[in-house]
Unconditional design. Structure first.
Length: 116
């Protein structure tokens, strides 16, 4: 088995030609890396993008009726009105809790967009 691994007929030595060591065009310091990262990093605090929302036909019909009857110009505006009305009906403590939760979710969305 060893004879298969070491072929006595191959006396050729395989020499890999080496090139000279590469020289950097510009030297940098650790401080310049931190400065360039600050300028290049994306500062995203909030993002807005379209999403899909799965709702049943009763909620969809409710939103359509709001638009047809003129309570809102679009279904999205109708949902925003409902959101505002719901938020105003909460106590101050509940509003703070909801605001904190929304801010956490918004930060997660911003981080997802920032990482792309």
């Amino acid at each position: 088995m060893v004879e298969l691994l070491h072929n006595p007929n191959s006396n050729k030595s395989k020499i890999i030609p080496r090139k000279s060591a590469p020289q950097p065009q510009k030297e940098i310091s650790i401080y310049s890396l931190n400065e360039s990262n600050k300028t290049k990093s994306k500062q995203i605090d909030g993002v807005t993008f379209d999403t899909t929302l799965r709702i049943d036909n009763h909620l969809k019909n409710f939103m359509k009726a709001m638009v047809i009857l003129g309570y809102s110009s679009t279904q999205q505006n109708g949902l925003a009105q409902l959101q505002k009305t719901f938020f105003e009906s909460l106590t101050e403590s509940e509003q703070n809790t909801l605001t904190n939760q929304i801010q956490t979710l918004e930060t997660g969305d911003a981080n997802k967009v920032k990482s792309k």
